[in-house]
Ligand binder design. Structure first.
Ligand code: NAP
Length: 297
């Protein structure tokens, strides 16, 4: 029950009605028995600054940030973590004595399933499909894994160059190269980690960013990661599984970025299993991660 003492958390976006964050966070808050409520807030781009003042006035403890505010919110924050500065986007905000502070937990979310494998990522070549907002967190994650090479492949040369240039003053070292799609065959044949950050394959679309012939060039020891979580088995992951590659879908990234945000707001451990289960209940049961069993990751 919400009362005058209930503490508020939330997520801002435009649109916001499809966000799964309230389901995941409210399940955790209920499990912890805390007098908190997590709500979706529809915030128009032109209202962002005013809304932040209003959130402070009503005592909002913190909030997640989604499209289109992840970059736009930066000038209104009094403190931005090194990770968020490097990524150039914020997805988690909390109140401090000096105003709002922000960080980016998508990097931690992306890394979480990869870090469950006992594997030296420093010898690996990462190939990332797409150069949008999520690709930024993935590049930063691959840099933190100390991947030997990070290659980003896109369809628009201007966007690729803007993406590359935006890392020039990154506070964290990132060794990055960008490529047009014509270079895919050679890159795929060298990849140890292949990540789809484009929305190709997202429900209700059933396409893959790679043709079957392109996927066939991938070494069988490569890990294939799709950030998409709906459907849980995209055509991209299905192609990879069919030829025996280890695959990871986007559900765990979604869970872990949320858990990392909730930990920041509550300053305590949070029930990650409850958060994962709440999402699965909402979306339907996912396929288990698939392992080729061909190498110990
Ligand atoms: P975004 O900023 O719009 O970027 C999308 C990227 O994909 C852009 O580089 C775009 O290319 C490229 N792209 C789009 N359609 C394409 C097509 N038909 N062919 C080739 N390239 C195409 O979106 P985002 O925020 O990065 O999100 C991307 C995906 O990641 C979405 O499916 C989202 O649900 C998922 N995601 C998942 C999580 C998670 O927690 N699992 C977190 C964040 C995002 P251009 O630059 O040329 O336009």
């Amino acid at each position: 029950m919400i009362t005058s003492t209930t503490k508020l958390l939330g997520v801002i976006g435009y649109p916001i009605e499809h966000s799964l964050s309230p389901v995941m966070h409210n399940a955790a808050l209920k499990n912890l028995g805390l007098d908190y409520d997590y709500r979706p807030f529809l915030v128009k781009p032109e209202d962002l600054e005013t809304e932040l003042t209003g959130f402070a006035a009503i005592g909002l403890r913190g909030f997640n940030v989604t499209i289109p505010h992840k970059q736009a919110i930066l000038p209104f924050l009094s403190e931005v973590s090194l990770t968020a500065q490097a990524v150039g986007a914020v997805n988690t905000v909390w109140r401090t004595g000096n105003g709002w502070a922000g960080t980016n937990t998508d990097v931690e979310g992306f890394l979480a399933p990869l870090q469950t494998y006992d594997y030296d990522w420093s010898q690996t070549v990462a190939v990332i499909l797409g150069n949008g907002g999520a690709a930024r967190a993935v590049v930063q994650g691959c840099a933190q894994l100390r991947c030997a090479e990070i290659h980003v492949v896109g369809r628009n040369q201007l966007n690729l160059e803007t993406f590359l240039n935006s890392w020039a003053n990154s506070p964290l070292a990132v060794k990055l190269r960008v490529h047009s799609q014509e270079e895919l065959p050679l890159l795929i044949s060298q990849a140890n980690l292949l990540v789809n950050t484009t929305p190709i394959g997202m429900h209700p679309n059933v396409e893959s960013p790679l043709s079957a012939a392109q996927m066939a060039n991938l070494p069988l020891t490569a890990v294939v990661y799709d950030l998409i979580y709906n459907p849980n088995l995209t055509q991209f992951l299905r192609q990879a599984q069919n030829q025996g590659n280890t695959t990871i879908n986007g559900l765990e990234m979604l869970v872990q970025q949320g858990a990392a945000a909730l930990k920041i707001w509550l300053q305590q451990d949070v029930p990650v299993d409850i958060m994962r289960q709440a999402l699965i209940n909402k979306m339907g049961k996912p396929s288990p991660p698939h392992s080729s069993g061909q190498r110990q990751l």
